[in-house]
Design a binder for this molecule. Structure first.
Ligand SMILES: C[S@@+](CC[C@H](N)C(=O)[O-])C[C@H]1O[C@@H](n2cnc3c(N)ncnc32)[C@H](O)[C@@H]1O
Length: 244
């Protein structure tokens, strides 16, 4: 096993992270608020979906703050005792590699130790809630087919899965994923970030904007004031051209 592949995650240095699979890193409620420019007063108490939610604590924290958030991810087929060591392993690998990379802006996190603190809080809060299994809160499911009826949610979020893993999932997957996301969504979906791990805009975006399969939707890039991965200071807002 070489230095670029120890313990299952292949982390090579180009300009950014090169991951050989989707990793189990989780973000906190605070980070989601920044990523998606989320005004919690607007969305609290409305039906929200977090897709590819993984070990993020957004769902757990949001529900404590009066939210009605459902989380959906394929990993929810696994029990917490299996997930915990995977979280720790992926966190160690990514944090061990990220410090020297030039595609990150450290204004918010300051240094890898603080970043690690966010990721640890996220997966620990997630695991504590997941262990309890609040009814209907953590649903096993994978894009591009979600186990929900049409228009169940007012707002759907996808953080750190679409676009950023553009090397792993092709344009057809992204098209099908966005169509499916909007099938289960009444008002709008937001996807973050829009760049790859190289800090470059994902090339699928332009194609998807012109794609007839998405013709009934408006795709807008909304700027935010949060940037860690270079160029990640925007999310994609998808709405129906006919109002929700
Ligand atoms: C990097 S994590 C992001 C977790 C969370 N959204 C966050 O930002 O903290 C990516 C997640 O995508 C999930 N995933 C992988 N394939 C998926 C698919 N086809 N549909 C939905 N989620 C998927 C993984 O299980 C993993 O939990």
């Amino acid at each position: 096993m070489g230095p670029e592949n120890s313990g299952g995650v292949n982390v090579k240095s180009r300009r950014g992270l090169n991951l050989d699979r989707v990793v189990l890193l989780g973000r906190t409620f605070e980070e989601y608020v920044h990523y998606f420019g989320l005004n919690w007063e607007t969305w609290r108490g409305r039906d929200l979906l977090d897709v590819a939610s993984g070990v993020s604590s957004f769902c757990s924290e949001a529900n404590l703050l009066g939210g009605r958030v459902t989380a959906c991810d394929p990993i929810y087929a696994m029990p917490p005792e299996v997930l915990r060591p995977k979280c720790e392993e992926d966190l160690d690998h990514v944090l061990g590699s990220i410090g020297g990379l030039t595609v990150y802006r450290w204004e918010f996190y300051k240094n890898p130790a603080i970043l690690r603190g966010y990721r640890e809080r996220a997966f620990k809060k997630f695991l504590a809630d997941f262990q309890v299994q609040p009814p209907g809160r953590y649903v096993r499911g994978s894009l591009p087919v979600l186990p929900f009826p049409d228009r169940q949610f007012e707002l759907s979020l996808v953080s750190y899965f679409l676009f950023v893993y553009g090397d792993h999932f092709d344009l057809a997957f992204h098209r099908a994923a966005l169509v499916e996301l909007m099938r289960v969504t009444r008002c709008e979906a937001r996807v973050y970030p829009l760049v790859t791990f190289e800090g470059e805009q994902c090339p699928y975006l332009d194609a998807l904007r012109a794609d007839p399969a998405l013709g009934e939707f408006e795709l807008e890039e909304i700027a935010t004031d949060f940037e860690f991965l270079v160029g990640s200071n925007a999310y994609l807002r998808i709405t129906r051209r006919s109002s929700c």
